[in-house]
Write a protein that binds this ligand. Structure first.
Ligand code: SF4
Length: 402
């Protein structure tokens, strides 16, 4: 398998400046770091996560330090515009370990003057002292997995924190200087009525987050929830209840001054997650950690998901790849469309034209006509844009182009 390094010459030849490819502006460079540990495995989770083990965490931190040294040169002369520590629950690692990782990233790759540095956290795992240490280390965006403010639903979800923990974590985060704060909420939970979903959302909005990620519960195959429940069947809410929850959520969130900018994401103006926005625009991001995905100028890869195997490969000098592929220009254009139709920014037609070497209005004439006919999208000011109905039907809209 070819490694991202072996593809290096190929992407260097196509990259003329730090943020420019073929004359089109692209987002700044990002770095995604995956820490897969959690206090326990939630019954609905199909992420690459596992129960925390001290020895395994220590070995992974050592492996990450080695791997960081190896991947740092891939940034070439670019500094990082965004860094995202995701998981798992990365904040359950000691603040000193997270600070040391971030310090290594700053030293070996470097940060732009205004860098968004995000950390995913569980509300129950954050003391004011830990938050202060994380803020001092340079983390400036906190993403809290609140999920619900109903104690019973939190228990159903297997979460160990309480609604009070979330409120305390938000307060402490604000007091320690986190000016950019996200709350994750899940709706469509077992036994949840529309009124309960509304109460959850109101409780979240009362904490005045800058950003809100609202996800419908998905029943992933192979998970306890996947075995136990069927979508649309009791005790899960009906399809109509889900539609009502989404409609209520949109009204409440908008009234609170947050704007929908992606299918599941809302933010106060200027607080959209820069890291995720860059990935949705086909931007470049390095990656570290088991299962982490990365992308550089049309080459994308994923590392092996198992932390032990990841460390073994890193420590023996191998690139811990599970897959690595160079996308064709056609695939890159298609990805831009699929991701762009999930965001209110849509996709720039000029970018598609550069990739395809022809007018996208001609190449995609049939799916574009169908998109318009269904009221899911339109072209304006040189961009293909989704309508509100299109955002709600993003998967089906994307399928028109596949
Ligand atoms: S906290 Fe998140 S990543 Fe961890 S097990 Fe639960 S859902 Fe999965």
């Amino acid at each position: 398998m070819q490694s991202p390094t072996q593809y290096g010459a190929s992407w260097r030849s196509r990259t003329r400046g730090p943020h420019e490819i073929c004359g089109l502006m692209v987002p700044g460079l990002g770095l995604y770091l995956h820490l897969p540990f959690c206090p326990a495995r939630c019954p609905y989770c199909d992420f690459n996560s596992k129960t925390y083990d001290h020895g395994e965490a220590r070995r992974l931190l050592a492996g990450l330090a080695v791997h960081l040294q190896r991947i740092a040169p891939r940034a070439q002369d670019r500094r990082l515009a965004t860094v995202y520590f995701g998981g798992g629950t990365p904040a359950m690692l000691p603040a000193a370990a997270l600070a040391s990782l971030l310090e290594g990233i700053k030293r070996l790759v470097g940060l732009e003057p205004v860098t968004e540095v995000s950390l995913e956290a569980n509300p129950g795992a954050l003391s004011p002292a830990k938050l202060a240490a994380l803020r001092d280390a340079g983390f400036n965006r906190l993403s809290l997995g609140a999920q619900s403010f109903d104690p019973g639903l939190l228990r159903t979800l297997g979460r160990r924190h309480t609604p009070g923990d979330t409120a305390r974590a938000v307060k402490a985060a604000r007091q320690t200087g986190f000016a950019n704060l996200n709350l994750d909420l899940i709706y469509g939970l077992p036994g949840q009525s529309v009124a309960m979903a509304e109460a959850d959302l109101k409780a979240a909005l009362n904490l005045e987050p800058d950003h809100l990620s609202l996800y419908e519960l998905t029943l992933a195959p192979g998970t306890p929830f996947g075995h136990r429940y069927q979508a649309g069947k009791p005790p899960l809410p009906s399809d109509q209840a889900i539609v009502d929850m989404e409609q209520t959520a949109k009204e409440l969130v908008q009234a609170a001054g947050l704007r929908r900018y992606e299918v599941s994401n809302y933010a106060r103006p200027g607080y959209e997650c820069r890291h995720n926005q860059a990935t949705w625009q086909g931007g470049d991001y390095l990656s570290l950690g088991p299962g982490a995905h990365g992308h550089l100028a049309g080459v994308r890869w994923a590392y092996v998901a198992d932390p032990t195997e990841y460390c073994r490969m890193v420590q023996s000098g191998e690139e811990p790849l599970a897959m690595c592929e160079e996308l064709s220009r056609e695939q890159r254009a298609l990805e831009l469309i699929l991701l762009g139709l999930r965001t209110v920014r849509g996709v720039e037609l000029a970018a598609l034209a550069v990739l395809r070497g022809a007018d996208p209005r001609r190449i995609y004439a049939q799916p574009l006509a169908e998109l318009r006919r269904r009221g899911w999208g339109y072209i304006a000011k040189g961009r293909l844009m989704p309508t509100e109905a299109g955002l709600n039907m993003a998967d089906a809209a994307a399928a028109l182009f596949a």
